[in-house]
Design a protein around this ligand. Sequence first.
Ligand code: ATP
Length: 239
Amino acid sequence: MLIEDLVAGYPGRVLVRNLFLCLPEPAFVALVGHNGSGKTTLFRVLTGQLPYEGSAQLLGQEVRGLRRAAAAGLLGYLPQRGSIGFSIAVRELVVMGRYRHHGLFSAYSPADYALADAALLRVGVAHLALRDFTELSGGEQQLVWLAQLSLQDAQVYLLDEPTQQLDVYYRRQVFSLVHDWVTEHQKTVLCSTHDLDNLPALSGYLLNLSEPQPQLRVLSSATVHAAREVLEQAPVRFA
Ligand SMILES: Nc1ncnc2c1ncn2[C@@H]1O[C@H](COP(=O)(O)OP(=O)(O)OP(=O)(O)O)[C@@H](O)[C@H]1O
């Protein structure tokens, strides 16, 4: 991933200012910053949902020229709030992560369902497979989305606060899971989070959008501590 001189935001409101980022891949990146510092905005740029100035490249391709990056297997995105308005069994929702191989509602094979079951097991919610997704708790739903995402087999994953509603146990599990996507499956994962406690145990990078000039730092106890000190102060707001 290569980002050069990136400027993005909303009318009258610049949130990402002249960001430079040269990310060796595969890599795990924890994206931190105060509420409203632009983490989701950066994800909207990278998913092609928001126009931008400068350059943002995914796997060597400029994002503004990319059509349907998700369909091409380049990008998997977990938004902050992923709700659905119809009843569906968890297992049926998870197997849809295989849509690139089949189309969204076509018949999935026993092998696809086996992958869905394995993904649910890996995330730690195999017991939810037959439940109605819409009846699950917010944290349970988050885990199910992660299981679905893992079946998409994208190259780059953007996860917007994947541990937001999770208890202490599942938070650690999820960080360990997505870290494995990098180390075992050579994926690149950008993960926005306010959960600093779990970061020092991971290898990868930290990007703090609350710094005046955010830059990639190698994840360590020292860099997480420095980020915490910035985040414990009131945010600096630009016009
Ligand atoms: N469509 C929009 N139009 C105008 N302003 C917006 C729009 N979407 C978001 N914003 C503003 O942009 C700012 C940055 O939002 P963003 O969602 O990127 O922050 P964030 O770092 O992800 O925050 P959080 O940690 O709370 O999720 C916020 O102040 C938000 O109100």
